[in-house]
Ligand binder design. Structure first.
Ligand SMILES: *[C@@H]1O[C@H](CO)[C@@H](O)[C@H](O)[C@H]1NC(C)=O
Ligand SMILES: *[C@@H]1O[C@H](CO)[C@@H](O)[C@H](O)[C@H]1NC(C)=O
Length: 416
């Protein structure tokens, strides 16, 4: 799609700000969905197994995982690779690995390249038992034991609940099914939730090691005019616009909101994917097309507001209700409790890979994260910097296998 692959245009000549991930993704969809049949591919029937796994010859299973607050999440399992038997010791249990996507996408985003380039297949072919999660509110994880996504109550959560409920529930499930500690791969918001969950002790001893791609924890390097406009609008108007509700990138209210934002003087919403993610070096046109067709996925407005608070405040705190009395009601304090990443177990093996062109996982923010990890056992912290990678390269680049995934595989294998 020419829209995506046009010359890179930086907003006001600065690195595009962090928050644009969320905002511009939406415009992207608003534009692309107005061109095609209404949300066709996005709502096409069949789960991830039938649409993207079995057709490539892999075994695939689907599980429902129920969180303590009643959300029913779809977990996909690719239990083994295509490699001939005998490449691993037969009968040995395979090491499970859980793969977690970021915000406004779902588990399918890991499976859009040609098969030999996709991380889940690469891990399966290397002897891993692969599990792919789908966050609450995305297309395959929209069920609940009692709430209906058509109603506000369903959307009353932010990344706090992904930290305290979704991630631990998925670790518990995979651990119970396999009897093994679980390796983890997260991208983008999937790194934030893991880091915070680890610091809160939420994953207990069920995690063996973590590979974090495009890590985001601190999001404060957003100093451009558009970023500030966006953060203000998000925090102020969006709550009034949408209330406590579904944040559906494919919906018209969100599209309208974005168009208004892009009409601000000096704000250029042109080369959207680059503006959102930084300049991605190595995306294949047909893969980005599938990415667009696949359609960004819903999250809660409350989650978007919480992310905006993280951008604005530069600290990791629980959701801020904005009114001291409301915070007192929820937390017993005027301010939401802070998270402390220095509490991540110092001996947990971690692999961090970040792109120097990544507008979302800004290099300075990654450095702040690393400073929080300064007491981490240096032998158990591998940091990789990829000079030409933007945010989306980590899930879709044609060379991600050579540049990143092979290192992830050897990092995990080193723990054996
Ligand atoms: C892009 O992806 C398509 C479909 O997977 C593939 O046929 C094509 O060869 C790829 N192009 C490049 C340059 O990798
Ligand atoms: C965060 O945790 C570290 C290590 O446990 C501790 O030394 C530090 O004081 C904590 N910081 C805050 C702000 O609580």
């Amino acid at each position: 799609m020419g829209l995506l692959l046009g010359p890179n245009v930086n907003v006001l000549g600065f690195t595009p700000p962090t928050l644009l991930l969320f905002l511009l993704c939406l415009l992207l969809v608003a534009l692309s969905s107005s061109a095609g049949p209404p949300s066709s591919a996005a709502s096409s029937p069949g789960g991830i197994c039938s649409s993207a796994v079995v057709s490539h010859g892999y075994k695939c299973q689907e599980f429902d995982v129920v969180t303590p607050d009643g959300y029913i999440l779809k977990l996909i399992r690719i239990p083994e690779g295509l490699a001939l038997e005998g490449s691993g010791s037969a009968g040995d249990a395979r090491q499970p690995v859980l793969i977690q996507h970021g915000v406004l996408v779902d588990g399918l985003s890991w499976l859009l390249n040609s098969p030999e380039l996709n991380l889940p297949f690469i891990l399966a072919d290397n002897g891993f038992d692969v599990w792919i999660s789908n966050t609450r509110g995305t297309r395959f994880s929209r069920r609940h034991t009692s709430l209906d996504p058509a109603y506000q109550e369903y959307w009353d959560w932010s990344w706090d609940e992904l930290v305290s409920h979704d991630l631990p529930a998925m670790f518990d499930f995979v651990h119970a099914q396999t009897g093994s500690k679980v390796d983890y791969v997260g991208h983008s918001l999937g790194t934030l939730t893991a880091l915070v969950s680890l610091s809160e002790g939420g994953l207990g001893d069920k995690i063996r090691s973590a590979a974090l791609l495009s890590p985001i924890a601190y999001l404060s390097h957003m100093t451009t005019a558009l970023g500030l406009v966006a953060a203000r609008s998000f925090l102020g108007e969006i709550t009034t616009l949408f209330g406590l509700a579904e944040f559906d990138p494919k919906g018209e209210p969100v599209g309208r909101f974005i168009r208004v934002l892009c009409a601000f003087p000096g704000v250029v919403c042109y080369d959207l994917l680059s503006a959102i993610t930084g300049q991605n070096c190595c995306l294949n046109t047909s893969t980005t097309d599938s990415f667009i067709k696949n359609g960004p996925q819903s999250t809660s407005t409350k989650n978007m507001v919480h992310l905006s608070q993280t951008v604005r405040d530069g600290v990791l705190r629980m959701y801020d209700y904005g009114i001291p009395a409301a915070n007192v009601l929820h937390y017993g304090d005027f301010y939401p409790p802070a998270y402390n990443l220095s509490n991540i177990p110092w001996e947990l093996p971690m692999f961090l890979s970040y792109g120097a062109q990544d507008a979302l996982s800004d290099v300075r923010d990654v450095e702040q994260l690393l400073s929080k990890l300064r007491f981490h056992d240096p032998d158990r912290l591998v940091v990789q910097r990829v000079e030409d990678y933007g945010h989306a390269d980590f899930i879709m680049a044609v060379n991600a296998k050579d540049v990143v995934y092979n290192s992830v595989v050897s990092f995990f294998k080193n723990q054996w």
